[in-house]
Design a protein around this ligand. Structure first.
Ligand SMILES: Nc1ncnc2c1ncn2[C@@H]1O[C@H](COP(=O)(O)OP(=O)(O)OP(=O)(O)O)[C@@H](O)[C@H]1O
Length: 261
């Protein structure tokens, strides 16, 4: 494991700067009787180097917020910006480019390519973009996630925790502006989950990566710098420096049972 500070990302952003922002973000699905207001004027900033967990009851808009912020879904009103670029102003090709270069994704189901080795999976996005990996950075990530001895293995030869570590390394490889993690520990045992959560926290603290994670788990949320609580498409609460207990306590206000779904 290394604690060397990674070089700054393009020099374009600094710790504390805003990496992504939603302003009055609204998302409406359907119309008439099937109309659903999934996001109802959400305004929030995700600062560089900050690790944010998003929690809330099932159907409160967590995934929709993440998808709209990542340009995976269109928005109905307001704006979503990544690195000061407003996503709705981009044409398809530019949006694809921005997603590839500025956003890292970690999914619950890992989403690795089964026929590629761990290393090929990690560098896949860069390869598609025709970009040469920064070898020092790549070595640092691989060392940090502890995958050095597994690089020639294919996903099927790796444990779930190891596969998710590959997915995390892949998300980081391009030094994105922001990493979106959708229930990244949902398919992992608690030990592997803790490793991934610890790694995401190190990404934020040591590599100045902005991380936004959707989770239903108070312990997972406690690894973050702050927790945003969504209900009915609105941010209804925020908790800084969370502990599992303080998150559970806050969640009780939503359903009286300490569960969000
Ligand atoms: N493609 C869609 N078409 C219509 N309605 C949708 C669509 N996607 C989401 N919704 C609705 O938008 C609302 C917010 O959904 P979303 O998936 O963002 O919630 P969530 O908080 O992520 O829920 P969960 O914790 O269950 O994953 C819900 O009422 C949902 O039914």
């Amino acid at each position: 494991m290394t604690t060397t500070q990674a070089p700054a990302n393009d020099g374009a952003t600094r710790a504390g700067a805003v990496a992504a922002r939603a302003s009055g973000l609204t998302k409406i699905y359907g119309e008439g009787e099937t109309r659903v207001v999934a996001l109802d004027g959400v305004s929030v900033e995700f600062r560089r180097s900050e690790y944010t967990a998003i929690m809330g009851p099932s159907g409160s808009g967590k995934s929709t917020l993440m998808h709209c912020m990542a340009g995976l879904d269109t928005i109905s009103g307001g704006s979503a910006t990544i690195a000061d670029v407003e996503l709705s102003k981009l044409k398809d090709k530019k949006l694809t480019q921005l997603r590839r270069d500025k956003i890292g994704f970690v999914f619950q189901a890992f989403n690795l390519v089964p026929t590629l080795t761990a290393l090929e999976n990690i560098t896949l996005t860069l390869d598609i973009a025709g970009r040469k990996p920064d070898k020092a950075w790549l070595d640092q990530i691989i060392d940090t996630v502890g995958l050095s001895g597994r690089l020639s293995h294919r996903p099927g030869q790796l444990s779930g925790g190891q596969q998710q570590r590959v997915a995390c390394a892949r998300a980081l490889a391009s030094r994105p502006e922001i990493i979106f993690a959708d229930e990244p520990t949902g398919n992992l045992d608690s030990r592997s989950g803790a490793e991934i959560l610890g790694f995401l926290r190190r990404c934020a603290r040591e590599f100045e990566q902005t991380v936004v994670m959707v989770t239903h788990d108070a312990t997972a949320a406690s690894y973050a710098d702050r927790v945003l609580f969504l209900a009915d498409g609105k941010i209804v609460d925020e908790l800084a420096d969370p502990t599992a207990d303080s998150v559970l306590e806050r969640m009780k206000r939503f359903d009286g049972k300490g569960r969000t779904s």
